[in-house]
Ligand binder design. Sequence first.
Ligand code: SAH
Ligand code: SF4
Length: 360
Amino acid sequence: MIDIKSLTIPEIEEFIQNLGQPKFRAKQIADWLGKGVCSFEDMRNLPANLITKLPQYCYISVATIEKKLISRYDKTVKYLFSFNDGECVESVVMKYHHGYTICISTQVGCRMGCTFCATGQQGLTRVLTSGEMLAQIETAQRDLGVRISNVVLMGMGEPLDNFSNVVKFLQLVSMKNGLNIGGRHITLSTCGVVPNIYKLADMGFQLTLSISLHAPDDEIRSRTMPINKAYNIEELMAAVRYYIKKTSRRVSFEYAMIDGVNDTDECANKLGRLIQGMLCHVNLIPVNSVKGTSYRKSNGDRLRKFTENLAKYGITATVRRTLGSDIDASCGQLKGKYREENKADDTKVRKIPNSVLKAE
Ligand code: SAH
Ligand code: SF4
């Protein structure tokens, strides 16, 4: 079965011609999909015989709202969406002065196993199609009645471990007759799948790359992020430098501040030396405590001191505003709870051993 929302217009043309239909039907279908139509019956300018034929070969991926939480403090909205096969992911919509930003998921779960991450604890169930990534934005827009202007790929999953679908998504989301969101309004966050950072750099998307660094040296990073055993900090930094050189875009480094683990003065100085002189920005995020871990967030003084230390190296760092703190807005947590409540079938979840971590 083909997820038709994941196809470009030339691909729909080929598909439709293989069904013995004229090419112009492809544009009609793409226009309906661009409008967020969820069933073939609603594509009113298609002939009846095509409407009955299409579901035999393809489907339209939809994101259905299973749960919706609205923060009392800042109106951040968190969704638990289910897809056609019943698998669920989380998305979060935040309102900023420049408009609405959605944080979408790229996989059901994640196999990267970062020790501080709720999604990482769930293992990988499956990757999302590009249509399923688009569907998260479409459903949220429809539900909220607003236009979403910015997208961050920072929800559940590792985007660069689902490379071809994510690249397809980046192409489709910018389509004029679709969501029309260009690269400059997109941020992709990765734990550091190095070969795919190079590939992405060569593709010319104008997106912002965000690197989940979280540690200033290999010892700490390998302890908290298994990907570091496959691609260490030196290799990661070489890839980031390449990305900056190719795109001239400023990258951001995410750094979750964990009390007593990575938040000392020594860590700040090491981080300063590591990224000094790079076209970059650092986001410090007090770590969200996750069930089953003993990690606690660094206190305000530590955050301030860490920021001051980085400033000595000419590095700007901001402490990330924690939106939606009352609704577990960091991804993976709501789904974790939902799975417990619904006694989800854990036998389906595959945890891939670290030894086989390598790029797609
Ligand atoms: N897999 C990608 C994107 C999804 S995770 C990545 O790792 O970059 C989105 C961001 O949330 C990453 O920066 C990740 O490191 C961070 N994160 C995960 N768990 C967290 C926690 N408990 N507290 C704070 N940030 C966390
Ligand atoms: Fe996966 Fe990102 Fe979580 Fe690491 S932080 S386990 S890469 S989702």
